[in-house]
Design a protein. Structure first.
Length: 80
């Protein structure tokens, strides 16, 4: 029995299991600077990821509050 290439690719793609990122309170994360990721806002080799932040708490299923390592909590929630 011959299969269409699209069917084979779909089965392969569906078989791949994406593992969700599990963020827990007290874990460390890096923050992506969205505004600076636009063209012309940063230099070629300049990092767009910023210092490790501490997860202070969950706001929703995929959103959480982060704080700097010295304890200062950011006012906005971050999507994970």
């Amino acid at each position: 029995m011959l299969f269409d290439e699209n069917v084979i690719m779909k089965r392969w793609f569906d078989a791949q299991k994406a593992t969700p990122n599990i963020f827990q309170e007290g874990g460390l994360v890096l923050k992506w600077e969205v505004e600076r990721s636009k063209v012309g806002k940063h230099k070629k080799f300049e990092s767009l990821w910023f210092s490790p932040y501490l997860i202070a708490g969950h706001v929703g299923k995929y959103a959480f509050k982060i704080a700097k390592l010295n304890g200062w909590e950011l006012l906005i929630s971050i999507n994970g």
